[in-house]
Design a protein around this ligand. Sequence first.
Ligand SMILES: [Zn+2]
Length: 75
Amino acid sequence: MIKITIDFGAFIYLLSSVIILFLWFFGERKEKFKKKEEDFLWQCPLCFFEYIDSKNKEISRCPQCKTLFKKGEKW
Ligand SMILES: [Zn+2]
């Protein structure tokens, strides 16, 4: 009887650690994806036009007013 209880306890322990690992893994992935999507979103400091530019990371050209600007730059 005691042996079964220990086995069951070990099973529950393993199961819960696997579940926690899964939750952590997917939570991390979701956060990374969210951050990446946000990185592609640009807002022109001149005309406030919002667009997605996945090619550039630091400098981008606004498709509306053709202004070249740095990420996070304020005019
Ligand atoms: Zn613009």
